[in-house]
Write a protein that binds this ligand. Sequence first.
Ligand code: CO8
Length: 258
Amino acid sequence: MTDYNTILVERDGRTATITINRPKALNALNSEVMTEVVTVAEELDRDSGIGAIVITGSAKAFAAGADIKEMSDKTFSEVHNQNLFAGWDRLAKVRTPVIAAVAGYALGGGCELAMLCDFIIAADTAKFGQPEITLGVIPGMGGSQRLTRAVGKAKAMDLVLTGRMMDAEEAERSGIVARVVPAAELLQVVKEVAGTIAGMSLPVAMMAKEAVNAAFETPLAEGLRLERRSFHAAFATDDQKEGMAAFLGKRPATFSNS
Ligand code: CO8
């Protein structure tokens, strides 16, 4: 794969890992990180040889937020007219499952990037927060919306209005983190989880992801209809035939992603 300035990309079988790599800035998310992460994620999404994508950072920081140096002198018309950070929305449109593996700081845009992934597995060293208010701004990439849907109004207000950090245990208890694991095991666990997902039928995993995401965007009746229609549609795949035949034949399924 191509060389990048701010990320590392590694493929292992049907999984791919994007590692944000700006250690001197604690992986602060500047425009180049956004362009590289989103471009690679979209490339991987078009590649049917990839069934799961992991986004991670370093042991010290998943990402300590949007790059404050890059933003500090910008004017309203610059950030408004450039639609600053809107490019991250493209990551939310990726259909392949995306897991965030978070160790260390996931602050501001870093917390928002992690929440934009399908789910978060955190090291016990992880710290989440939306400290934008301490800089005189508010969250700009979902911190007031995805966080509130995940943790509820009371804790979202607490975090967004005080800018305090929460540790991995509080984040899991609050519902933004799926699992917490010892820091030394984070990448191994996440790669195993990604491998499990990548071993499923890709079109069916995409249907499952779309159905869960619909719960955030549609009224219940509409979400239930989408779920049922996607369930019916799964019967048009070879993988439904294989999955059920394998169960009945008491053997592991081998999906063809078709
Ligand atoms: N932007 C730019 N540089 C950063 C950032 C950042 N967000 N965070 C850390 N750095 C840099 C520091 O400036 C420092 O650089 P230098 O060595 O050149 O002075 C280096 O990283 C190391 O940082 P520290 O010395 O501060 O390290 P500490 O271990 O003492 O502290 C902290 C770690 C607590 C994480 C601290 O660095 C910190 O508070 N960082 C800022 C956190 C923050 O406020 N983040 C929110 C940013 S605003 C935002 O994210 C808006 C989101 C809008 C949408 C974005 C979508 C992507």
